[in-house]
Design a protein around this ligand. Structure first.
Ligand code: AP5
Length: 211
């Protein structure tokens, strides 16, 4: 089954995608990760995206949609869209792409987490500069401070996880992404999952939904 996993910044989309990849053999398409890879590779796409990401703003729809189309055109199967779509215009463009490519989405799973929890998750998140593994200074610390358990790479704070940028990201979520709940309710694909629980409990509910 192909899935959309959506929710506010810090809702746990990346964390749940990682489990679905390992345990259900799914493929993650994370627009945030694709942009971060482009920034690391110093590509033109990366340069365009960085200007928006560093300020906590959404990257323009035309750039994001083109990037996702390229990935889907490679024939990826059993995928999780993580962080896309993020606006109603992106959701409409996705429908068109899926029709064109004879693909379908089974469910649009919304991870529901209260705002005050999101703030704590985002300010406390740390990521490996090398392999992208995600940690949290309290709920999922590295064994050795600043060193990735997976690959030994340097563990850092994302630029957009600084307190002054998080506010803009959360506002962008409320204004542009929250309306997707109604979009997918109308499409009969919407399912909400309480994301404010132990990671394993959140995963178990998602697994039930997709089984
Ligand atoms: P992106 O990378 O997609 O960021 P985001 O949506 O803001 O989501 P996050 O990665 O911050 O959070 P997450 O939900 O994956 O949470 P995580 O699992 O890491 O996008 C970054 C930027 O790129 C955007 O701001 C925008 O500029 C641009 N962009 C990307 N896509 C775009 C699009 N479609 N259109 C336009 N622009 C786009 O968890 C967070 C923390 O919480 C971690 O520390 C984790 O360990 C912890 N945690 C997770 N689950 C739990 C739990 N159950 N209990 C306790 N702690 C938990």
């Amino acid at each position: 089954m192909n899935l959309i996993l959506f929710g506010a910044p810090g809702a746990g989309k990346g964390t749940q995608s990682e489990l679905l990849i390992k345990r259900k053999d799914m493929t993650q398409i994370s627009t945030g990760d694709l942009f971060r890879a482009a920034i690391k590779g110093k590509t033109e796409l990366g340069q365009q995206a960085q200007a928006f990401m560093d300020k906590g703003q959404l990257v323009p729809d035309s750039i994001v949609i083109g990037m996702v189309e390229e990935v889907l055109a490679k024939g990826v199967k059993n995928f999780i869209l993580d962080g896309f779509p993020r606006t109603v215009a992106q959701a409409q463009a996705l429908d068109e792409l899926l029709n064109k490519m004879h693909l379908t989405i089974g469910k649009a799973i919304f991870l529901e987490v209260p705002m005050e929890i999101l703030m704590d998750r985002l300010t406390g998140r740390r990521v490996c500069k090398n392999c992208g593994a995600v940690y949290h200074i309290v709920s999922k610390p590295t064994t050795k401070e600043g060193v990735c358990d997976n690959c030994g790479g340097e563990v850092i704070q994302r630029n957009d996880d600084k307190a002054e940028v998080i506010g803009t990201r959360l506002k962008a979520y409320e204004e542009f992404t929250s309306p997707l709940k109604d979009f997918y309710k109308k499409a009969g694909k919407f399912t909400a999952v309480d994301g404010n629980r132990e990671t394993e409990n959140v995963y178990n509910e998602i697994e039930k939904i997709i089984s």
